[in-house]
Design a protein around this ligand. Structure first.
Ligand SMILES: Cc1ncc(COP(=O)(O)O)c(C=O)c1O
Length: 368
């Protein structure tokens, strides 16, 4: 049985009629940027997130960059973030002129809140927790630290559409939460797209202005911004897909449960750690595997695709060599980077397919 890591074609085939119609409506109207369809998606996404405002932008990276710029982060500032994320989280901090300050992760792969305080100094302006793999960081604890030191919080929620923890939803205790709608994300466009959600009207308006070349009214450039709009075709597709996000999220949780039950007790494998009162959305299902390379090769030889998110923790990437980070600074991130393996998970994956992956994983560890 051939198991892809993700199969976007299956999802498209299931919703083809609706999606094709949405695309054709935009083509017929030939209004490709802005307009009612973008506004409608923004309103509905904000509502789904439980926040007052949503600003659509061109991708999740620009969502972070725009928010940081509008919150006044820049040269001389420091922003604390997790050692484990996609490069956009730290890259956008640097792009503002500020310095990314990395904090190690816990065994749940989320920023270790206990280590945040010792990294705070007079230059620290903000914290960017990353809800990695779909599980929310400990926002209650992070909010306490932020309040104590008067720091802003921006949530990198690119992998965590609809996640919740301890009764909190993404975007509730922060200045803003940023999302990516990269095609493989839980809510994915058919190209690049992203959004900022916030409860602050002024912040939303300024982000909208910044992402549209500094103008809210055509040719009235109140500031220098960037060109980062959510295009209308993507908004129309996202509006269709948003209707199914809850259903797809439930399906991801069901698959994760099946993995949890079938892989329980396999020696050599640690399953994802879910914090109490946390309801992850399983953008990825990541195990910590002894002999990861052997397992990955074995699964590949059985036509099962896997991936590694991410092979190198951010502090050890070549682009941060000048920060002189040592392995001892990030022991968990370093140790886990040679063990983490993302198993296939997507809402359309069948029970049989999950079974086959589990049997293959078990077989590998039984015979090695
Ligand atoms: C954690 C995280 N942050 C930021 C981004 C950036 O989003 P985009 O690729 O839409 O720019 C991603 C996307 O992969 C991500 O996973």
């Amino acid at each position: 049985m051939k198991i892809p890591f993700i199969d976007l074609k299956r999802q498209y085939q299931q919703r083809k009629a609706e999606i094709d119609q949405a695309i054709h409506e935009v083509l017929d109207e030939s209004n490709f940027l802005g307009g009612a369809k973008v506004k409608s998606f923004e309103d509905r996404f904000a509502e789904q997130c439980g926040t007052k405002h949503c600003v659509g932008v061109a991708n999740g990276t620009d969502a972070l960059y725009t928010t940081l710029k509008i919150l006044g982060i820049g040269k001389g500032d420091e922003v604390i973030t997790s050692a484990c994320s996609w490069i956009s989280t730290s890259g956008t901090i640097s792009q503002t002129g500020a310095k990314p300050v990395f904090v190690d992760i816990g065994e749940d792969y989320l920023i270790d809140v206990k280590q945040i305080e010792s990294n705070i100094n007079s230059k620290t302006k903000a914290i960017i927790p990353v809800h990695l793999y779909g599980q929310m960081a400990n926002m209650k604890a992070i909010a306490k630290v932020a309040e104590k030191y008067n720091l802003m919080i921006i949530e990198d929620s690119a992998q965590a559409h609809l996640a919740e923890r301890e009764g909190l939803f993404v975007g509730e205790v922060s200045k803003a939460a940023t999302f990516s709608f990269y095609p493989s994300k839980n809510l994915g466009a058919y190209g690049d797209a992203g959004a900022i959600v916030t409860n602050c009207e002024q912040l939303a308006e300024k982000c909208r202005q910044f992402a549209n070349q500094g103008q809210l009214v055509r040719h009235q450039h109140k500031l220098e911004g960037i060109n980062s709009r959510l295009d209308t075709i993507q908004a129309a597709i996202l509006s269709v897909k948003l209707k199914y996000l809850s259903e797809w999220t439930a399906q991801r949780r069901k698959i994760a449960k099946q993995y949890n039950e079938a892989l329980k007790g396999v020696s050599g494998l640690r399953l994802p750690i879910v914090n109490s009162n946390s309801n992850p959305v399983y953008h990825l299902y990541v195990v910590s595997a002894e002999n990861r390379e052997g397992l990955q090769n074995y699964l590949k030889s059985n036509e099962i695709s896997t991936a590694i998110h991410y092979p190198t923790p951010l502090p050890f990437l070549d682009c941060y060599q000048d920060l002189n980070h040592k392995v001892e600074d990030f022991p968990v991130a370093h140790a886990e980077s040679s063990k983490i393996l993302s198993l296939p998970i997507f809402p359309e994956m069948t029970t049989k397919e999950v079974d086959y992956v589990c049997e293959s994983v078990r077989h590998f560890y039984d015979s090695h």
